[in-house]
Design a protein around this ligand. Structure first.
Ligand code: ASP
Ligand code: MG
Length: 456
């Protein structure tokens, strides 16, 4: 058994769904469980409608719902034949009736509660998965729909729910695995239900997480994340084109890269898969023959000390200098309490005897934070910075990395550098305007010669 997860762009149109069916058909002997995201931008559009309803514009919200209905009818309708058409119309009508009543309830409440946010957002995956299951047979894929809310059981933290693992795994094993014997099962990602049956979601982008949970639940031999890129690259293509594909990478390395903004994989995906030792493969649904990137437990031997360079742009550095010459005890605690109070996550931290520097990527509350910190320290806020993160499990054992990094960055001012907290990365902060040049220089230094076993 394998899990095949397809993101929103992979199911955004009739042509895309047809392509997905072809990819699944070619892998039917591996007994796939297919996990799909909402079609295209549906989740954003549903949530925009919910916001309008909450703000009192029920008319606009209902018009948005109509447009979404038309979009689903057009794309799925192009694939539905004969009696499938009637089934599809019934399915769309009943879902949109429910969606309209959800929007009406939101409008009546005059606010969008987290539970209603989940309820509204869930229509995207409920529809995409039911429609895909409906049209697959005509495309040569015998299929059955699984409502994720009957198997993926979560806590009730609406908009950010976490699975109740043992219950969820038991349901996948009992209810889903047997279906795969003679058919493909299609399930929506992102959504689940609390123990009392109310709809929950796993957070934006949560379909990858669903795929990992599902894979762990059925005991899959592989979890495939089908997206629109060839896999993980040696550098972020949005920052620097021309990176090489990484054939194989460890879970730890992939998690580190995901955290630092490599948009390919949701970091939380890694967890259930690691625990069950299930490899995850990133694949491109537009180029299904490319072998992608395989993410495995354990280290991946490689002649290059790093596998990839991630880059997170537009971050803010906060430099905090103790007012006394030496840091009094409790200073760090007081600093972090301030960030905590404003619910602002801190990514990177460096300290010296008198100074602490931290990076944040969410500067919404920075004015308040700065004011509070100024009571206990000298503070300097530096916007427009970038974090570069060199990731590789071999970093720890390789001598001379620091010299190579600083040699490559000769002409660029490095504001912060951190290595050690997680042994597999070195993180640097440079000015955002230097980010592209810095990535280019480091990429040239570390990938001029690339181990063909590991890099394309
Ligand atoms: N459709 C959801 C979102 O847009 C989940 C996902 O695509 O993974 O956030
Ligand atoms: Mg996604």
């Amino acid at each position: 058994m394998i899990v095949m997860k397809f993101g929103g762009t992979s199911v955004e149109s009739a042509a895309a769904i047809e392509r997905v069916a072809g990819i699944v058909r070619a892998r039917m002997h591996r007994k796939p469980l297919v996990v799909v995201s909402a079609m295209g931008k549906t989740t954003n559009r549903l949530l925009a409608a919910a916001e309008k309803a909450a703000a009192g514009n029920l008319g606009d919200a209902l018009r948005d719902a109509e447009e979404l209905l038309a979009y689903h009818r057009r794309e799925a309708g192009a694939l539905a034949r004969g009696e499938d058409r009637a089934a599809m119309d019934a399915l769309l009508d009943s879902h949109f009736e429910q969606l309209e009543s959800t929007l009406e309830q939101i409008a009546a409440a005059g606010q969008l509660s987290p539970a209603m946010w989940d309820e509204t957002a869930s229509y995207g995956e409920r529809l995409s998965s039911a429609l895909a299951a409906l049209v697959f047979p005509a495309l040569g894929v015998p299929a059955v729909h699984v409502d994720a809310r009957t198997v993926l059981i979560t806590d009730s933290r609406h908009t950010q729910a976490l699975p109740l693992y043992s219950r969820t795994y038991a349901r996948f094993k009992e209810k889903v695995a047997p279906l795969l014997e003679d058919r493909v099962a299609v399930m929506g990602g992102f959504i689940g239900a609390a123990a009392d049956g109310t709809t929950t979601t796993l957070g934006r982008g949560g379909s990858d997480f669903s795929a990992a949970i599902a894979g762990a639940g059925i005991g899959a031999e592989e979890i495939q994340i089908w997206t629109d890129v060839d896999g993980m690259l040696t550098c972020d293509p949005r920052v620097l084109p021309g990176g090489r594909r990484v054939r194989k990478i460890s879970f730890e390395e992939a998690a580190e890269l995901a955290y630092f903004g490599a948009k390919v994989l949701h970091p939380a995906t890694v967890q259930p898969a690691i625990e069950k030792n299930i490899p995850v493969r990133i694949l491109n649904s537009r180029r299904p023959d490319v072998e992608g990137t395989l993410i495995v437990a354990g280290t991946v031997r490689c002649r290059n000390p790093i596998k990839s360079i991630a880059c997170k742009r537009g971050i803010t550095v906060v430099e905090i200098r103790s007012l006394r010459m030496l840091m009094a005890h409790g200073f760090l605690r007081r600093i972090f309490e301030v960030f905590d109070r404003y619910q602002t996550p801190v990514d990177l931290v460096t300290t010296s005897e008198v100074c602490v520097a931290v990076t944040i990527d969410q500067p919404r509350q920075i004015a308040e934070i700065e004011r509070e910190l100024a009571r206990i320290s000298d503070v300097r806020v530096l916007p427009n910075q970038a974090i570069l993160c060199l990731v590789g499990d071999a970093l720890r054992e390789t001598a001379g990395i620091g010299a190579r990094i600083f040699g490559a960055l000769r002409a660029i001012n490095v504001r912060m550098i951190s290595h050690g907290a997680s042994f597999n990365n070195v993180s640097l902060v440079v000015r955002d305007e230097d980010a592209v040049a810095a990535v280019a220089a480091l990429h040239e230094e570390f990938f001029r010669e690339a181990d063909p076993e590991v890099f394309e």
